[in-house]
Design a binder for this molecule. Structure first.
Ligand code: F3S
Length: 113
């Protein structure tokens, strides 16, 4: 899979969302998140991101901050987000649910720019 790192926070460009062929990039409030359960590793998002926030997971695991966002992206789908009673789970496509508008604790607590 691929992961969106901290560089996305408060940028939220959304170019990646447009190019993902399986519609697995979900927009939170300050950052977007890739659903690892659906990502097919095509890499289209990585080249599209204007702030180079997206990296492949095997590279992310070697970097403490990127690895934290890799694990955090799993939590985005596995844990209930603020304002929601249930976890997103695997919603089957970002367009199905629209922009989520909420973040994980890690991203919500990230210092403002
Ligand atoms: Fe989509 Fe990027 Fe994966 S474009 S399929 S999230 S590598």
């Amino acid at each position: 899979s691929y992961v969106i790192g901290a560089a996305c926070i408060d940028v939220l460009d959304r170019s990646c969302v447009e190019v993902c062929p399986v519609d697995c990039i979900y927009v939170g409030e300050r950052k977007s998140y890739i659903n690892a359960a659906a990502c097919i590793d095509c890499g289209a998002c990585e080249v599209e991101c204007p702030v180079s926030a997206i990296v492949v997971d095997r590279v992310a695991r070697r970097d403490e901050t990127l690895n934290a966002h890799l694990e955090d992206s799993l939590l985005f789908f596995a844990q209930p987000l603020p304002g929601r009673a249930l976890p997103l789970g695997d919603p089957g496509g970002a367009r199905n649910i629209g922009e989520v508008g909420a973040d994980t604790a890690l991203v919500a607590g990230h210092p403002a720019p």
